[in-house]
Write a protein that binds this ligand. Structure first.
Ligand code: ARG
Length: 463
């Protein structure tokens, strides 16, 4: 049991209490950030004359040595330390002696952990953006290849109007584009440095907080020292963004599961992204999509958990806040791997274009257009709506589509129908006449696609 405190205590902590309190098992993930923050702190202490130049140099060299040794595997992060901060400090003192004991001057573990967590979340926001970028790039590629791939659009999971695969994927492009914007705005808001807040009330040493903030690439220092050590809003915001990403991925997964079902057959998942059954030889299951959908629950759980942990905490730091880590780390790992796997799955998926077009044709998705055709002939829309309703009913009785009826059969329903109806309600016409901004018509979606190409050409936000 190695801990940074003990002077005030007359009894040893019991093993049970020590273990319950310790966090190294999971906060070892913050090792790089802890060293980076300590180097900045030591540098500033030296610049301000709070420690000597020689002590500063020894500390920085010692910390860099620890970083290298952990990365090379020479030094293991073991669980005999209470947390990652104690591990780094104890190793430093062991390496460089008394100078190491000065590192913590003007610092508390409260501002130290607040800094580590911020550095870590900032980095993970960037990583999340990078994998999302690959996903939207893949979606755009599929959109470009499928401007004329007709399919039914749905409302209430009932065939509604014809659209295209490019248009359908474009909807998800928008969702993930917003997710990336959300990440960028969180990053901007959180990018302030809590180092120097001390335990909660700052410190009497003449720290230069602007200097450390600059060194660590923050916009500036945080401006209330109590808030600095008590704030986990940015973790909550990030978990919220991750939850929304999962909600999007989960909806998309659900659609792919439906499209991949025997009944729909719109898509076929690649063998490398599907799994078999141990008993039914014919099966090829969409397990990846199901797992992405399923894992959404644990990401929401992390968000709910941290919101609940924080809601009753008096200012400033409370140990409850140590609970910000495990579920957040799990959520980050989960979301990043879901995005990567999902990208691979859609990238390798085959689209059964004929099946999709056939389905669009069979579901009376051109009924709105047939009504619009009558409106074009001077029939008021409400009447046109009811005429086409009767037309659909008669088609159902005959087990035919609108396009399969002869002109005389059509004229029985309404004398306004002429030969040009066939062209007017063909899939191609139905889609291509939809030219409002954001619609699937060829010209409209081509405009959208060129806007997306420009967006993609800007590359990743931080890589
Ligand atoms: N492991 C702690 C955490 O994650 C570090 C901060 C400890 N500070 C304290 N006053 N006990 O929050």
């Amino acid at each position: 049991m190695a801990q940074l405190w003990g002077g005030r205590f007359t009894k040893e902590t019991s093993k049970l209490v020590y273990d319950f309190n310790a966090s190294i098992r999971f906060d070892k993930r913050l090792f790089d950030q802890d060293i980076e923050g300590s180097i900045a702190h030591a540098d500033m202490l030296g610049k301000q004359g709070i420690i000597s130049e020689d002590e500063k140099n020894k500390i920085i060299k010692g910390l860099q040595g620890i970083l290298e040794d952990v990365h090379s595997g020479k030094l293991k992060i073991t669980e005999e330390y209470e947390d990652i901060h104690s591990f780094a400090e104890a190793n430093l003192i062991e390496r460089i002696g008394d100078a190491g004991k000065k590192l913590h001057t003007g610092r508390s573990r409260n501002d130290q952990v607040a800094l580590d967590m911020r550095l870590y979340i900032r980095h993970e926001i960037e990583e999340t953006d990078a994998v999302l970028y690959e996903l939207v790039k893949t979606l755009l590629k599929i959109m470009e290849e499928n401007i004329d791939t007709y399919m039914p659009g749905f409302t209430h999971l009932q065939k509604a109007q014809p659209t295209t695969l490019a248009h359908h994927f474009g909807a998800y492009f928008e969702m993930f584009r917003r997710d990336r914007e959300r990440l960028a705005s969180i990053r901007e808001r959180m990018n302030y440095c809590p180092l120097g807040a001390g335990a909660m009330a700052g410190t009497t040493y003449p720290l230069d907080r602007d200097y450390t903030a600059r060194m660590l690439k923050f916009t500036g220092p945080t401006i209330n020292s109590m808030d600095s050590v008590a704030d986990r809003d940015y973790v909550i915001e990030y978990l919220n963004a991750l939850s929304i990403i999962m909600m999007h991925l989960s909806r998309f997964s659900e659609e792919i599961i439906i499209w991949n079902s025997n009944e729909y057959g719109f898509v076929e998942l690649d063998d490398s992204y599907s799994t078999g059954s141990s008993i039914m030889p014919q099966k090829k299951n969409p397990d990846i999509a199901e797992l992405v959908r399923g894992k959404t629950g644990r990401v929401y759980a992390a968000l709910t958990s941290l919101l609940t942990t924080m809601k009753g905490l008096p200012l400033a730091y409370n140990k409850d806040m140590q609970e910000d880590k495990e579920l957040t780390f799990d959520a980050i790992d989960t979301v990043k791997s879901c995005i990567v796997l999902f990208t691979g799955m859609v990238d390798t998926m085959k689209f059964n274009k004929e099946v999709m077009a056939e389905s669009a044709m069979k579901g009376f998705t051109n009924a709105t257009d047939a009504a619009d055709y009558l409106v074009g002939k001077g029939v008021p829309f409400r009447d046109a709506h009811s005429i086409v309703g009767r037309l659909v009913l008669s088609c159902i009785e005959k087990e035919k589509g609108i396009l399969d009826l002869t002109i005389s059969e059509l004229k029985v329903i309404s004398p306004e129908f002429d030969e040009d109806i066939y062209e007017a309600v063909s899939l191609k016409t139905c889609v291509d006449r939809r030219l409002t901004t954001g619609a699937p018509g060829r010209e409209a979606i081509t405009k959208t696609i060129s806007f997306y190409k420009e967006y993609i050409s800007k590359g990743c936000n931080w890589k």
